[in-house]
Design a protein around this ligand. Structure first.
Ligand code: TXA
Ligand code: MG
Length: 346
């Protein structure tokens, strides 16, 4: 019999959920995995000094060892002693001064102390300072940084609520530190130097407009040649067992079976489909609100009986660009579209 909120791990140990920072810290120090809240999405954390635990992250997520992990530190000062990074390029330092703590991940030259597995053999380590108060408190309790990818099975939806963490993942970890709903709802923006310019390696919660305002020049997205950031690859962020279809929603509604479809709409409520199958992210057209709800709505749809998720692109600005990026990646995951529907892919 399972205790409420508790699950058996594969080693037979109890795993559960709560707000106990000291317990989370003790478990991490002992080499266990703990899910942690951040302002972007929930992460699956291990102590950077526990290499076996870091290997376990890959194992329990089903993640490729070629996909490196983000190192989370409590404050920028944790980087000053040169333990984890060998230098801090000044444009990136400038960004960190403004956006940390927050949804900015920086690719910085690593030292030999960073376990190879964290960076997948790449020369840079991804670092960020999360702003969620509970994870901030956890990091100040610990003497080491936390290595943490998003707390989802590889390629699936990121969790923005503790309840989104998949049962098959939960049963392999020791504790879920609860922290409510993720404030941003989309992952951090991964940024690094490309030559003498700052470049985006993964679109995220921090917009290119915000970066450009600080840097004073247009910030490009790294092309596939330079995209040594596997979260920038296809086959990500997709709902299980459903196919995302992209197009104009009225047109899709006229061609797809209404009873097997759901709509995700930015602002408009479509009345050709029952109201409980039309998810309007932000009637007032606010991209921040839409971003916060994106994964939450997909998690709800994942539980519904439907085959098709009909979506249209968001305005290609600010967070709309990140949302469109997540849509395109979720689309590419599906390769089993009936021929007559494939025209809706882009
Ligand atoms: O908001 C977030 O970033 C969340 C929270 C938990 O911090 N984490 C997250 O981690 O989304 P993950 O592992 O799901 O995505 C990390 C992204 C991937 O695209 C990965 O390839 C890239 O960061 N990345 C990590 N380390 C890198 C490195 N050394 N060089 C290049 N890209 C790196
Ligand atoms: Mg992820």
């Amino acid at each position: 019999m399972f205790k409420k909120g508790s699950l058996l791990s594969d080693s037979g140990a109890m795993s559960d959920q709560g707000r106990d920072i000291l317990r989370a810290a003790a478990l991490l120090r002992e080499g266990n995995l703990v899910a942690i809240p951040t302002e972007t999405v929930y992460g699956l954390a291990a102590d950077i000094r526990q290499e076996k635990a870091i290997h376990n992250i890959f194992r329990v997520k089903g993640r490729s060892f070629q996909n490196p992990l983000i190192v989370h530190v409590g404050s920028p000062s944790s980087l000053e002693d040169g333990t984890w990074i060998s230098s801090f390029p000044s444009p990136l330092r400038k960004l960190s001064d403004i956006f940390w703590p927050g949804p900015l991940t920086l690719l910085l030259p690593k030292t030999a102390q960073v376990p190879r597995v964290v960076c997948a053999g790449l020369p840079r380590v991804a670092v960020r300072v999360p702003s969620h108060p509970r994870t901030q408190a956890l990091l100040s309790e610990l003497s080491s940084p936390l290595v943490a990818p998003s707390a989802n099975l590889s390629g699936h939806l990121s969790p923005t609520l503790a309840e989104h963490i998949h049962p098959s993942l939960r049963e392999k970890i020791s504790y879920v530190l609860e922290g409510g709903k993720a404030e941003k709802g989309l992952e951090s923006t991964v940024v690094g130097m490309l030559g003498d310019k700052v470049c985006i390696y993964r679109l995220g919660s921090l917009t290119s407009e915000e970066l450009e305002e600080v840097l004073g020049y247009s910030v490009e997205l790294a092309d596939s040649v330079h995209l040594a950031s596997p979260g920038g690859m296809a086959h990500h962020y997709a709902p299980l067992g459903k196919s995302l279809v992209l197009g104009s929603i009225p047109s899709l509604l006229s061609r797809y079976p209404i009873e097997r479809s759901v709509v995700i709409s930015f602002q408009e409520l479509y009345t050709d489909i029952p109201a409980d199958r039309c998810f309007v992210l932000s009637p007032r057209g606010d991209l921040e609100e839409a971003s916060q709800k994106w994964f939450e709505v997909l998690h709800r749809i994942e539980q519904m009986s439907a085959d098709w998720i009909l979506v249209d692109l968001f305005p290609e600005v600010a967070l709309g660009r990140t949302l469109n990026d997540r849509i395109r990646r979720a689309l590419r995951r599906e390769t089993r579209f009936p021929q007559r529907l494939s025209q809706d892919l882009c």
